[in-house]
Design a binder for this molecule. Structure first.
Ligand code: PHE
Length: 338
């Protein structure tokens, strides 16, 4: 085949496409020229018979023809397509596509809400590592050398000196050794204890620590009003707090903090075991010994600290009866709290 003959086929095919006005005829044209047994593939198969010096030009023109023909066919197809060949019209009565929305885990929600509440009181969020040393987790927190909490049956020791932190309180030490008062921080994070898992215990849970230190007097009343504000923001405006005397090595005096039961508003129910109160936190005034350990002058610095379990707040707030539900990632459970 000569170049002139090729060009003739080219222009003829385009003229034929231009002359049809109906989808089936158009499809026949496509098969005639481009189909498996169509003219264009056949011509290309016979390229070796074209004189060698004409062959590159021949190949180029054949490709140009294919491109032009395909474009013409597509354009014509759109012009002559019937409703049927275009596909169905948009049907607004069909059900939409469903996307499962993700949601925040209850533990993350409690941490974020707590951070937001304390931010309104001037607290910023501080962070510390899960792997701590003996000094930060125990010694500087004024824990006596043979305190039972250091026992390998309670604490995950990694080496003689390193351990998985049993509380977020070591972040107090880290912050106070690095910064001068005044300081208001909260510290959410993971904590680890060698506890056997049951409905209310987990070997890996979360705490939120709070610390306020200042060079002007800070009192137990400040601590109480801060926690009362937190209780009412977190649990509802009617929530109250009460302090019960307790002991922690790093606070003096120390208290355990109860929230009034949000279910019965203090009247007594199953959730609060008829007492009207739910134990939430440990707290107290920072012990002068701790200030000494971090290099503060205990005569000149005052402060309070508190710490509570995040899972415990989540369980109370959302009515979750078993702590293990928080770790199983069962969508049937999590989606109820979305
Ligand atoms: N760290 C204590 C605990 O884990 C809680 C606490 C924090 C108590 C700060 C007093 C002050 O039980």
């Amino acid at each position: 085949m000569t170049l002139a003959e090729l060009d003739l086929h080219h222009s003829q095919s385009l003229a034929e496409v231009a002359s049809v006005a109906e989808p089936t005829a158009l499809e026949q044209l496509r098969v005639k020229y481009l189909g498996r047994n169509g003219l264009l593939p056949a011509i290309i198969k016979q390229m070796k018979e074209v004189p060698a010096e004409e062959r590159p030009e021949f190949g180029k023109r054949a490709q140009a023809w294919r491109a032009a023909l395909e474009a013409a066919l597509t354009e014509k197809h759109l012009a002559v397509a019937t409703e049927e060949t275009k596909g169905p019209a948009f049907d607004p009565s069909l059900p939409g596509r469903w996307f499962a929305p993700g949601s925040k885990h209850p533990v993350s929600r409690v941490i974020e809400e707590t951070a937001a509440i304390f931010a309104r009181l001037g607290f910023t969020v501080a962070d510390g590592p899960d792997i701590e040393n003996r000094f930060n987790n125990f010694t500087a927190l004024n824990t006596p050398a043979h305190h039972p909490s250091m026992d390998p049956s309670d604490t995950f020791w990694l080496t003689d000196n390193l351990l998985l932190r049993t509380q977020t309180s070591p972040v107090q030490i880290r912050m106070m050794t690095q910064h001068q008062p005044p300081m208001r921080i909260i510290t959410p994070g993971r904590t680890y204890r060698r506890d056997t898992t049951d409905a209310t215990h987990s070997a890996n849970f979360h705490q939120i620590e709070g610390l306020y230190v200042d060079t002007q007097p800070v009192s137990l009343a400040d601590l109480k009003s801060t926690l009362a504000y937190y209780a009412s923001e977190m649990m509802g405006s009617k929530a109250g707090v009460r302090f019960r005397p307790h002991f922690f090595p790093f606070t003096e005096p120390s208290v355990e903090v109860d929230f009034s039961c949000h279910v019965c508003a203090g009247k007594g129910c199953r959730v609060c075991k008829m007492s009207g109160w739910i134990e939430i936190a440990g707290a107290g005034m920072v012990d002068p010994r701790v200030f000494q350990f971090v290099g503060y002058d205990p005569e000149k610095v005052y402060g309070y600290a508190f710490g509570f379990g995040v899972e415990r707040i989540a369980m109370i707030k959302y009515g979750i009866p078993d702590i293990r539900w928080l770790y199983e990632n069962d969508m049937r459970f999590l989606s109820q709290l979305a």
